[in-house]
Design a protein around this ligand. Structure first.
Ligand code: FES
Length: 291
């Protein structure tokens, strides 16, 4: 759902707004340098104006104790907090600091095929749930628990207890569920980048795009999504005009055929497509680019 559709249906969330912004940013990335620069400068100018107006507004409200109290209550709203944080008008909330700490530990968890979800925050405790291979293995759970505890306590001294919730996932702290994390995540690190809304990738098909300057394509089977460099392993030519059928893509140039789930070349087994890690959280498809 776009933010405009959300406004019309009165179901607003930060994710709706962020999704719209990220979709537009992906479009800009594909533009030539000059129009891209103009679009980005226009966005920055609007943001600067909004930021200055918000700073003056908050500064005026702080002078009135009753208004200050009302403002503190308003900041508990996700959208208000998100915009004020973007302009550095409020300090990071406890939730943001906990999420940042968990994000810092995720590469280690992912290298073992796992992940961690924040279930709840109630100082001095938080509840987390391990998913993937972290869940169900007592030895790795102990190691992961110690890693999470150190990362969270370093970033949030007010949190002294990390409680582990067992059982299947009910969802992320933002209400979204981790639906898929690819095996290509193992041994990689770096940022997860928003790549697409799940519905933008045809089931059984592919979606081509440029992400952080890298030419990639996503393919999907249900909620399983894979991502590869848009380059044939034969001569490095773009694959996206190739025929997609039965879970494979065939290069339009010399007809090398690849499995879209694994990137394996079915024509010349010694080569394969260059994969990038993917995770699907709710309807958000995120990619971690391999170098
Ligand atoms: S470039 Fe793809 S098969 Fe030759």
């Amino acid at each position: 759902m776009t933010a405009v559709e959300a406004i019309e249906s009165e179901q607003l969330s930060v994710a709706d707004f962020v999704g719209d912004i990220e979709r537009l940013e992906l479009i800009f990335e594909g533009w030539e340098e000059t129009p891209r620069g103009v679009a980005l400068a226009y966005g920055r100018a609007i943001e600067a104006l909004n930021g200055e107006a918000l700073r003056r507004l908050v500064s005026a409200l702080k002078r009135d104790p009753a208004a200050l109290k009302a403002m503190k209550a308003a900041v508990t709203d996700d959208v208000v907090y998100g915009v004020l944080r973007r302009h550095n008008i409020v300090k990071p909330s406890l939730t943001e600091r906990v999420e940042t700490a968990l994000e810092s530990i995720r590469p280690m968890l992912a290298s073992h095929g796992g992940d961690v979800e924040l279930v709840s925050i109630a100082p001095p405790a938080i509840q987390v749930r391990f998913v993937g291979s972290c869940d169900g293995c007592p030895a790795s759970a102990l190691t992961f628990h110690a890693g999470v505890k150190k990362a969270v306590e370093d970033a949030c001294p007010e949190i002294t207890e990390i409680l582990q919730v067992k059982g299947s996932s009910n969802g992320h702290a933002d209400g979204a569920t981790l639906r898929f994390i690819s095996p290509f995540t193992n041994g990689t690190n770096g940022h997860w980048h928003y790549a697409a809304h799940l519905s933008e990738i045809p089931d059984g098909g592919i979606k081509v795009q440029i992400l952080e300057g890298e030419k990639i394509f996503l393919s999907r089977r249900g909620s399983i999504v894979t991502c590869f460099e848009n380059a044939c392993a034969h001569l490095g030519l773009a694959l996206d005009d190739g025929e997609v059928a039965d879970g494979t893509i065939t290069c339009p140039f010399h007809h090398f055929r690849y499995d879209l789930m694994t990137g394996e070349c079915l024509t010349a087994p010694a080569v394969q497509l260059h994969p990038h890690a993917v995770r699907v959280i709710g309807s958000r498809v995120e990619v971690r680019l391999a170098k």
